[in-house]
Design a protein around this ligand. Structure first.
Ligand code: AMP
Length: 182
């Protein structure tokens, strides 16, 4: 199986992605984690990406696509978390997958109310979680990432799941949603 975890910042994508990947034995690829690692290592990519991340802007598509292209396994199922974030990235991903004969099966779309998202992010306390950056990330999400919902709905791959409630309850809903389409 190959899947994507989609949702606004603070929807709980990382937590759910980790659990889902473990259950289904998928390689979990978190674009945010890869970038934070690159920043820590001060690699060329990290240096290019850092400024965007601190402002809550998206890192340019060309950098992201190159980064993901390098880590997609050909012989193992994958769960992408945080990528794609733009329609351009989604189209590039479709191209990458079809080139190596991989199919994308499910796009799990975690839905959360806006107020809840702001509260969760404020509690998380990551470096890019100050109020101004949070607002910016939410705006960026609405403008650039939310259009992916339609994109994958058109492809018949969207599995929307209520992301409110306990971690276990949400994980249960994701499982139910996926099994309904297995
Ligand atoms: P995340 O951990 O997914 O919230 O990502 C943290 C930050 O990394 C985002 O605010 C962006 O600046 C950057 N980032 C992560 N994934 C992407 C992506 N697919 N495209 C562009 N920027 C990204």
């Amino acid at each position: 199986m190959n899947a994507i975890m989609l949702g606004p910042p603070g929807a709980g994508k990382g937590t759910q992605a980790e659990m889902f990947a473990r259950n289904w034995k998928l390689k979990h690829i978190s674009s945010g984690e890869l970038l934070r690692q690159a920043v820590k290592e001060k690699s060329e990519l990290g240096q290019k990406a850092q400024g965007y991340m601190e402002k809550g802007e998206l890192v340019p598509d060309s950098l992201m696509v190159a980064l993901i292209r390098d880590v997609i396994p050909r012989d193992h199922g994958v769960l992408l978390d945080g990528f794609p974030r733009t329609v351009c990235q989604a189209e590039e991903l479709d191209g990458m997958f079809s080139q190596v004969g991989i199919t994308l099966d499910h796009v799990i779309n975690l839905t959360v109310k806006n107020e809840e998202v702001v509260e969760r992010l404020s509690l998380r306390g990551r470096e890019d979680d100050d109020p101004q950056t949070i607002r910016n990330r939410l705006e960026v999400y609405e403008a650039q990432t939310a259009p992916l919902i339609r994109y994958y709905e058109t492809q018949g791959k969207l599995r929307s799941v209520d992301g409110m409630g306990s971690i276990e309850a949400i994980a249960g809903r994701i499982e139910t949603g996926i099994r309904a389409h297995a």
